[in-house]
Ligand binder design. Structure first.
Ligand code: UDP
Length: 369
């Protein structure tokens, strides 16, 4: 008999929820991760009372009540609402696109005036059926806001022209004719008060965890330890890139701990012009309203500038590039994956999907383990 029933490769959200389910079903579970910590990209670490989102901002939001109830069993969530500010060459705009944004851009005051302005600009651009991100953006918010708040940011984020990107990326953002700065259309939203690492730790309670273990180079030996495998790493890497690599975007962070209490007054400020090399600056303390775990105000602040780049071997993959070319390539890898009887592929990298955290959890809860 093998020492474990289930080997879980990757201690991120997909792996952790699968681990929890397997443990609750009485299975013996081994979780491995290449990094020296659990949590995958939702990992947070305490830096002088501030929970730092080491791999980029993670704001939990969902319409799925089952998922919301599920995560609330393992962590207490605060009432954080994401309201990023866009900085275009020193002009500040509210996000997502709402009446404050339209007022700042055009001086319009009523929803009717804003709607008319957007419609005028859409018609002038001659767009009826948007075929790419640029056309979709112009038809949603008009050309002025596209130029100032979307074009530069998106080209930095994805490294290509907005006309070569799928419209779906921009449909992630709401457009509202109300004064509502909530970035997400979600019934439930918040940040785990003790950080995501703590949430993942609770999910993994009872599993054996081995950190700093790279699966693929030791695949045969590790596979020998368990009856089945749950793999949440990149699907193309699993198959040795036989059909060529899928495209990802990677992110590099420059993090600073500053001896001041307030750097930018908000958790996220997006730099939407093309010239500023970073896409956004995150000021981590505002995810918990400037308070540490004891509820005390912190005197310092930690900020991270975020730089986006094309993924190359050795980099961390963050975002799948879900365009047609990559979707076709992924379909070929998925066919291979379906033939791997004892392996379940999941998560952002295992399924090559731009999943949010709640979608990853929903997939893990629905998976046949
Ligand atoms: N976006 C933009 N300007 C902004 C914020 C977002 O043009 O100020 C576009 C950009 O193309 C981005 C997409 O909207 O890739 C989705 O943004 P979201 O905030 O959902 O991205 P994430 O937080 O997952 O990086």
């Amino acid at each position: 008999m093998k020492p474990y029933d289930t080997l879980i490769v990757g201690a991120g959200l997909f792996g952790a929820v699968c681990a929890r389910r397997a443990l609750d079903a009485g299975r013996r579970v081994l979780v491995i991760d290449r990094r020296d910590h659990i949590g995958g990209n939702v990992y947070t670490e305490n830096v002088g009372g501030i929970q730092v989102h080491r791999y980029g901002a993670h704001i939990f939001h969902t319409n799925n009540e089952t998922v919301w109830n599920y995560v609330n069993r393992y962590a207490r969530f605060n009432r954080f609402t994401n309201s990023p500010v866009a900085n275009y060459k020193g002009e500040l705009y509210s996000l997502p696109f709402n009446m404050y944004t339209f007022n700042r851009m055009w001086g319009v005051v009523t929803p009717e005036e804003a709607a008319r302005k957007i419609e005028e600009q859409r018609q002038a651009a001659g767009i009826t059926e948007p075929r790419n991100l640029e056309e979709q953006a112009i038809s949603l918010v008009g050309v002025d806001l596209y130029e100032k708040l979307i074009k530069g940011y998106t080209e930095k984020q994805w490294g290509r022209d907005c006309r070569e990107l799928p419209a779906s990326i921009i449909r992630r953002l709401p457009v509202r004719l109300t004064f509502d700065n909530n970035y997400f259309n979600a019934r439930f939203q918040g940040i785990p008060e003790e950080g995501y690492t703590c949430l993942v730790q609770r999910l993994l309670e009872g599993a054996e965890i081995r950190l700093g273990v790279d699966y693929l180079p030791e695949k045969q030996k590790l596979d020998g330890l368990a009856e089945s495998v749950i793999y949440s790493g990149p699907i193309d890497a699993y198959f040795g890139y036989v059909y060529g690599p899928l495209e990802y975007r990677t992110v590099r962070f420059e993090t600073e701990d500053l001896p001041i209490p307030n750097f930018q007054g908000n958790a996220a400020v997006n730099y939407t012009d093309r010239e500023t090399p970073w896409t956004r600056i995150i000021e981590h303390k505002w995810f918990t309203f400037g308070l540490d775990q004891e509820g005390k105000e912190t005197e310092h602040t930690v900020i991270s500038r975020e730089f986006s780049a094309a993924w190359r071997p050795g980099d961390e993959p963050y975002y799948p590039v879900n365009d047609e070319k990559n979707a076709a390539l992924y379909a070929r890898y998925r066919d291979l994956a379906e033939k791997e009887e004892k392996v379940l592929f999941g998560g952002r990298l295992g399924e090559y999907q731009y999943y949010d955290m709640d979608q990853v959890i929903a997939r893990a809860l629905a998976a046949e383990l």
